[in-house]
Design a binder for this molecule. Structure first.
Ligand SMILES: *Cc1c(COP(=O)(O)O)cnc(C)c1O
Length: 242
C-alpha cells in the first residue's frame, strides 16, 4: 500500500496543480478567442464537464475558481453533487429519460438537452410541484438523419419546439445547444445554430444562450457566438471512461 502520509497527498496536490494549469490555459485561449471576435469575456461561461472524473477532481477545479460543472448521466450527477456539496452550479448535458427528471430538477441550474416536448412537460411538472422554474435549452441535431443522432431535435422542428416549451409553466427556455456531428464542419454548425438563435430571439427575447463548443472546437464556437462552452478533457485531461 502507498504511504498515505507521503505519496497520496503529493499525488492529490499534483492533480490539483494540473487542473489549475489546464484552467489557466483555457482562460487564456478564451480571452484570445473573444478578443478576436470582438466579444466580452464576461459573456462566456465555461461548464466543466466532469463525466468520467471523480468528485476529487471537481473539488480541485472548484478550488482553482471553476464554478459550473456538467454531467451527462443522472446517476453520476446525483452521486457527485452529493459528494461535492454546496458551492458549485450543476448543468445536465446528456440525453434525459423522463423517469430521471426527478433526479435533475432541483439539482441543476440548466438542462442543456431538451429534445422533445414530453421531456419539457415532465421537467415543468416536476419544477412546478417543487415551486421552481427549471431553466432549459433546446438541443438541436445538425447532422443528416443517416449519420446517427448525437441527440437533439431536427433543425426544422426546433422553432416549433422552442415555441411550445416557452408556453409551458415551470420551465424557461433560455436558448439552444448542439453537439456537431463527428465529420461535420463545426464552424458551419455553430453559425447555423447562431442564425436560428437570432431568428428565435427576435420573437422570444429570453432565447439568448448558445451552448456550443467542446474541448476540440471551443475557440471556433466562441468566434461564432457561443455563450456557454462545455469542456471535459480540456479541463480534466484524457477520460478513461465516459
Ligand atoms: C462529454 C461532453 C462534453 C465534453 O466533451 P470534451 O470533448 O471532453 O470537451 C461536452 N458536451 C457534451 C454533451 C458531452 O457529452
Amino acid at each position: 500500500m502507498v504511504d498515505p502520509a507521503t505519496e497520496q497527498p503529493q499525488a492529490a496536490s499534483q492533480r490539483e496543480a494540473e487542473i489549475a494549469d489546464r484552467l489557466h490555459d483555457i482562460e487564456a485561449r478564451i480571452r484570445a478567442a473573444s478578443e478576436r471576435a470582438g466579444r466580452s469575456r464576461a459573456a462566456i461561461t465555461v461548464v466543466a464537464v466532469s463525466k468520467g472524473f471523480e468528485a476529487s477532481d471537481i473539488m480541485a477545479a472548484r478550488k482553482a475558481g471553476q464554478a459550473d460543472f456538467g454531467e451527462s448521466r443522472s446517476r453520476a450527477l446525483v452521486r457527485k453533487s452529493e459528494q461535492v456539496g454546496q458551492g458549485v452550479r450543476w448543468h445536465f448535458v446528456g440525453q434525459l429519460q423522463r423517469n430521471k427528471v426527478k433526479e435533475v430538477v432541483g439539482r441543476v441550474s440548466l438542462v442543456h438537452s431538451v429534445d422533445r416536448l414530453t421531456l419539457a412537460q415532465s421537467l415543468g411538472e416536476r419544477a412546478l410541484a417543487a415551486g421552481r422554474v427549471q431553466r432549459v435549452l433546446v438541443q438541436v441535431d445538425l447532422g443528416s438523419p443517416r449519420d446517427g443522432s448525437r441527440g437533439g431535435c431536427l433543425l426544422d422542428g426546433a422553432p416549433q419546439l422552442v415555441a411550445r416549451v416557452r408556453d409551458l409553466e415551470g420551465v424557461a427556455c433560455e436558448g439552444l445547444m448542439t453537439v456537431p456531428p463527428q465529420d461535420a464542419d463545426a464552424r458551419s454548425c455553430f453559425a447555423t445554430l447562431r442564425a436560428l438563435r437570432d431568428e428565435l430571439r427576435s420573437r422570444f427575447p429570453e432565447v439568448q444562450h448558445l451552448s456550443m463548443g467542446m474541448s476540440n472546437d471551443f475557440e471556433v464556437a466562441i468566434e461564432e457566438g457561443a455563450t456557454i462552452v462545455r469542456l471535459g478533457t480540456a479541463v480534466f485531461g484524457p477520460r478513461r471512461s465516459s
